[in-house]
Write a protein that binds this ligand. Structure first.
Ligand SMILES: Nc1ncnc2c1ncn2[C@@H]1O[C@H](COP(=O)(O)OP(=O)(O)O)[C@@H](O)[C@H]1O
Ligand SMILES: Nc1ncnc2c1ncn2[C@@H]1O[C@H](COP(=O)(O)OP(=O)(O)O)[C@@H](O)[C@H]1O
Ligand SMILES: Nc1ncnc2c1ncn2[C@@H]1O[C@H](COP(=O)(O)OP(=O)(O)O)[C@@H](O)[C@H]1O
Ligand SMILES: [Mg+2]
Ligand SMILES: [Mg+2]
Lengths: 295, 112, 112, 112
C-alpha cells in the first residue's frame, strides 16, 4: 500500500533523474563522452543547453504538465492536457522538440486534439511522457491504452511511437505492482513480436531520438545491469538522445528498483522545486488511480 | 510554404521575436540591412562636413512557415512593429517550393 | 508585384540609386554581401602572408515594385551598374504574393 | 530557374563551396546572418553579468541555378553541411522568373 506510493515516487523521480543526468551528454558520442568525463556518473548540468546541475528539460516538464492537468481535473481530460502543454510552450521552456512544437501549435490554431499520421512522427517525444499516464491508470489496462494513445497523438501519430508508449506504460505498471525481471522482459518480447524493428538482442549502440533506437538503448541497459544507478549510467554514457533515453530508463528502473535504489547524491542535486512537485504528483496520481482500492 | 520577410526598425526586433514565439514559430533568420525610403536619414558630422545619411539601419527577419499561418503572422508582426512613424518598414510574402532541415533531411513542413 | 534583386559592385550603389529614384522608385533595401564567381579575388597581405580573397564584397539591392515596371527597372539598373568588366553582377526577378506597409497596414501596390 | 538558399553553420562554408564548385556551380552570393531556432545561444559575460546570446551567427548562401539541377544541389549541400547536431540549418527553394548578367545583358540560363 505505502509501497505503491513509494514506487510511484521512485518512478517519477527516476524520470527526472534520468533527464537531468542525460542532459549533460545529449547529442554527444560515446567517444566524446569518454574523452570529456571518462565515465559520466554525476549530476553536473552543462550539456548543449548549458544547464545548471539538477535542472531538467522537456522530458520532465511535459510529464509534470500532464500530471498537473490530471490532478486539476481529478481524472483523465485530454483537453486539459493540451492546454497545459500550450501553457508550457508559452513559458519559453529550455528546450522543445520540433515534432512536439508542431503538435502544440496545431492544437493552438485548430483546437484539434489529434495530429494526423506522419511518417516522421516516430520520435520518442510521446513515450517520454508516459510516467504520469501509467501511474494514473494503474489497475486498468484498457484505460492505459486509451489514455496513452490519446496523449501521444497530441503530438505524435505513428505506429512505432504508439507501440512504444503502450509497452513502456505496461512495463512501468507491472514494475509498480511488483513484477520480476522475467515479466518485464516478456512485455518487451510482445513489442518485438509486433514490430521486429525493436529487437535489441544485438545492441549496436545507436541511441538517437528515433523511438526504435531509444527503446533499444533503454531495454539493453535495463536487462544487462543490476541496479538503478548502473542502468542509468550505462544509458547516458551512450550519448545520443541521452536525456530522453535516461528519462525513460529512469521511469522503468525507478518503478522496478524502488525509492531506496535512487542514489542520494543525485536526489540531493535535483532541482528542489521539481523534486517536490514530482513526489507530490506521484502520490496524488496513485490516489486517483483504479489501484487506489488497494491502498 | 511561404516566406515572410519583415523589414523593421532595429529596436523592434525583440518585441517582434517575442510575438512570433508566442505563436509557436520555431525559428527565423535575421540580417542587418539598410533601408532607403520616405524616412530621411539624419545628418552626421564626418571629417568636419555634414552628410545626409541616406540609408537607415533596419533589421530583416526572414521566416518560412506553412501557408495557412500567413495571415496570423502578418497581423502579429504588423501590430508589434508599428510605431506609426515613417520608416516602420514592410512585410513581403512569397512562395517557397521546397524546404529541408539539413540535420535530418526532413522536407516540407516538417523541416520548419 | 515583383521583387528585383540586384547584386552590384559596391561603388555603383549611388549611381544605381540615382537612376532608380529618377524612375520614381519609392524605396529599397540594401545589404552587404560577398560574391563568388568568375571574378577572382585579389591577393591580400595579411599577417605577412599573401591570401587569395575568394569572396568579393558586393552590394545587394532588394526592391519590390509593380509588375508592369519590371522591364524599365531592369534596363536602368543594368545600364548604370555595368562596367563591362567581370564581376559586374546579376539581376534576379521573382514573384511577391503580398506586401504590407507596417506603419499603416496598407497592402498591395499601395504599400510600396 | 530556381533560387536555392542555404543557411548553414559558418565553419561549413568552405566545404559546401567546394562541393558546389565540383558540381560546376559558376557563382554564388554569400551573407552573414543570425539564426534563431532550437539551437541555444551561449551565455556571455558582459559587464559582470551573464547574458543569453539568442541569435547565432550563420552563413547564408544564395545561388540561382537551372531548375533541373535542384535535386543534385540540395543533396550535395545537405551532405556537406550536416553535422547531426542541432542548428545545422535549412535549405529553401523558390522560383526565379528572370535573370540577367549585368556585364553583358545576357538573360535566362546563360546569365548564371
Ligand atoms: N519598394 C521597396 N522594396 C523593398 N524595400 C522597401 C521598399 N520601400 C521601402 N522599403 C523598405 O522599407 C523601409 C521603410 O520605408 P519608408 O518609405 O521609409 O517608410 P514607410 O514604410 O513607413 O512608408 C525602408 O527603409 C526600406 O528598408
Ligand atoms: N548563380 C549565381 N547565383 C547567385 N549569385 C551569383 C551567381 N553567379 C554569380 N553571382 C553573383 O554575381 C557576381 C558576379 O559574378 P561573376 O561570375 O564574377 O561575374 P559576371 O556576372 O560579370 O560574369 C558574383 O560575385 C556573385 O555575387
Ligand atoms: N522557419 C524558419 N525560417 C527561416 N529560417 C529558419 C527557420 N527555422 C530555422 N531557421 C534557421 O535555421 C537555423 C537552424 O535551426 P534550428 O532550429 O536551430 O536547428 P535544426 O534545423 O537543426 O532543427 C536557425 O538558426 C535559423 O537560421
Ligand atoms: Mg529533453
Ligand atoms: Mg531528448
Amino acid at each position: 500500500a505505502e509501497r505503491l506510493i513509494e514506487r510511484a515516487r521512485a518512478c517519477f523521480l527516476g524520470l527526472a533523474l534520468g533527464d537531468a543526468l542525460g542532459a549533460t551528454t545529449e547529442f554527444m558520442t560515446p567517444v566524446e563522452i569518454r574523452m570529456k568525463f571518462k565515465v559520466h556518473r554525476k549530476i553536473r548540468g552543462g550539456g548543449w543547453l548549458g544547464l545548471k546541475p539538477g535542472q531538467v528539460t522537456d522530458d520532465t516538464e511535459m510529464s509534470l504538465a500532464l500530471a498537473r492537468a490530471l490532478l486539476e481535473q481529478g481524472g483523465w481530460n485530454l483537453q486539459a492536457v493540451a492546454e497545459q502543454f500550450l501553457a508550457w510552450m508559452r513559458a519559453k521552456p529550455v528546450d522543445i522538440g520540433a515534432t512536439v512544437r508542431r503538435g502544440i501549435n496545431r492544437y493552438r490554431r485548430s483546437g484539434e486534439l489529434q495530429t494526423p499520421y506522419n511518417d516522421w512522427d516516430a520520435g520518442n517525444g510521446a513515450v517520454m511522457r508516459m510516467a504520469p499516464v501509467a501511474i494514473m491508470t494503474l489497475g486498468d489496462d484498457e484505460a492505459l491504452v486509451r489514455c496513452a494513445l490519446e496523449q501521444a497523438r497530441l503530438t505524435h501519430n505513428h505506429p512505432l511511437s504508439d507501440a512504444g508508449c503502450l509497452c513502456v506504460g505496461r512495463m512501468v505498471q507491472a514494475a509498480l505492482l511488483g513484477a520480476d525481471r522475467f515479466r518485464l522482459h516478456q512485455l518487451t518480447r510482445g513489442l518485438v513480436a509486433e514490430h521486429p524493428n525493436f529487437r535489441f538482442n544485438n545492441y549496436h549502440g545507436q541511441a538517437s531520438g528515433y523511438v526504435v533506437e531509444t527503446l533499444q538503448t533503454v531495454f539493453h541497459y535495463l536487462f544487462t545491469t543490476g541496479s538503478f544507478e548502473e542502468c542509468l549510467i550505462g544509458v547516458v554514457n551512450q550519448g545520443g538522445d541521452a536525456d530522453t533515453t535516461g528519462a525513460i530508463a529512469g521511469m522503468i528502473a525507478g518503478a522496478f528498483y524502488g525509492l531506496g535504489a535512487l542514489p542520494r547524491a543525485w536526489l540531493r542535486r535535483l532541482d528542489r522545486k521539481v523534486r517536490e512537485e514530482v513526489e507530490d504528483a506521484a502520490e496524488r496520481l496513485v490516489r486517483l488511480s483504479p489501484a487506489r482500492e488497494r491502498l | 510554404m511561404k516566406r515572410i520577410e519583415c523589414i523593421i526598425k532595429p529596436f523592434k526586433l525583440d518585441d517582434v521575436k517575442g510575438a512570433l514565439t508566442n505563436l509557436g514559430i520555431s525559428g527565423m533568420t535575421v540580417s542587418e540591412v539598410r533601408g532607403f525610403g520616405r524616412q530621411k536619414g539624419h545628418t552626421e558630422l564626418y571629417r568636419g562636413a555634414e552628410y545626409q545619411i541616406d540609408f537607415i539601419p533596419k533589421v530583416k527577419i526572414d521566416l518560412v512557415i506553412p501557408a495557412d499561418q500567413v495571415d496570423e503572422i502578418i497581423e502579429a508582426v504588423q501590430k508589434e512593429a508599428c510605431t506609426g512613424r515613417i520608416g516602420d518598414g514592410k512585410i513581403f510574402v512569397s512562395d517557397i517550393d521546397q524546404a529541408m532541415r539539413i540535420r535530418t533531411g526532413e522536407t516540407g513542413i516538417d523541416s520548419l
